[in-house]
Design a protein around this ligand. Sequence first.
Ligand SMILES: NC(=O)c1ccc[n+]([C@@H]2O[C@H](COP(=O)([O-])OP(=O)(O)OC[C@H]3O[C@@H](n4cnc5c(N)ncnc54)[C@H](O)[C@@H]3O)[C@@H](O)[C@H]2O)c1
Ligand SMILES: O=P(O)(O)OC[C@H](O)CO
Length: 343
Amino acid sequence: MTKVAVLGAGSWGTALSIVLADNGHHVRLWTHRREQAEAINQTHDNTQYLDADIPEQIKAFYSLEKAIEDVSAVIIVVPTKAIRDVCSELDKLLRQPVTIVHATKGIEPGTLKRVSQMIDEEMTDYNYEDVVVLSGPSHAEEVGKRQPTTVTVSSINSEKAAFAQDLFINESFRVYTSNDMVGIELGGALKNIIALGAGISNGLGYGDNAKAALITRGLAEIARLGVSLGASPLTFLGLPGVGDLIVTCTSPHSRNWRAGNLLGKGQKLDEVLEQMGMVVEGVRTTKAAYQLARDRQIEMPITEGLYAILFDDKKPKDVVEQLMNRNKRDEMDDITPFLNEHY
Ligand SMILES: NC(=O)c1ccc[n+]([C@@H]2O[C@H](COP(=O)([O-])OP(=O)(O)OC[C@H]3O[C@@H](n4cnc5c(N)ncnc54)[C@H](O)[C@@H]3O)[C@@H](O)[C@H]2O)c1
Ligand SMILES: O=P(O)(O)OC[C@H](O)CO
């Protein structure tokens, strides 16, 4: 059995801790809020973030130094915004070699870096090639109830990916491996933009046709950007692509979908984010993807529309009208030449 530290006691960190505890591992769940650590240890629940019983072998810690003492794996599950601070602190305190797995879905605005690249920059002895990413269609609410879930782990270092697969896999949590780390990280991050769009569409009163359009045309633009950044197009047909698009664009469990739904009903971004109380990664990732698309001259009309709603105060209805009135074209026009150019 392995001693594992999980950094980030939000909904996903808590759900992944439950998977690890079910597999017999000793889990140290770290939170930067002392009162939360104390409450988890006393009550064995974390109801602000997840409605689930927390097994006895999960111990919550407020001290990062104590949480990572003697562990052989560190699972990083804080929001993208917190990755640099947490990793630079981790770098100062780690005394032994560990396998680092991250389950965070985002791209950093400004630097336009993926999470593994941010970890690489903050940690002296680890570069992105040693980091493992875990991603896929996986709402914490269902994982906490041991409902069947499938995810993918990936690393440039295939031994580390296999280690992570063994650490997490069980009868209700099936873990695949992939050798496309770039695609796995990008799929998980970019689907949040489309989930915001699907929520907005619902808030506007639109139905399944609009949702299906967003999922499929969203997939096309995710693949276009992903391939230009070195991902395999096939990855986006798998769990971290189509799979995660389906789960986040169709479920009210999704924080991104819920935030989009409120925006579609007319609420302002600031009040929506305050109301959510949990991270809505799609907002910052929209900023990053918009910049990446501009820099690389990739057509991403849905992402551009989302950017206009979130940051330019454009009305959602006007954005839908604009998307529906784009130039006539063949469905594969913007996909086939692009893939031919890269493959
Ligand atoms: N919730 C899910 O179902 C789910 C599933 C897969 C992936 N993810 C991804 O996991 C990541 C975390 O999401 P979540 O849903 O658990 O978020 P959350 O909002 O439920 O929890 C985030 C946690 O991070 C902590 N945190 C925030 N800033 C911090 C800082 N500076 N230092 C230390 N801790 C800090 C918060 O206190 C909170 O405990 C996101 O990237 C999300 O996209 C979430
Ligand atoms: O709740 P969301 O929108 O952050 O999505 C959670 C997971 O990424 C779903 O796979």
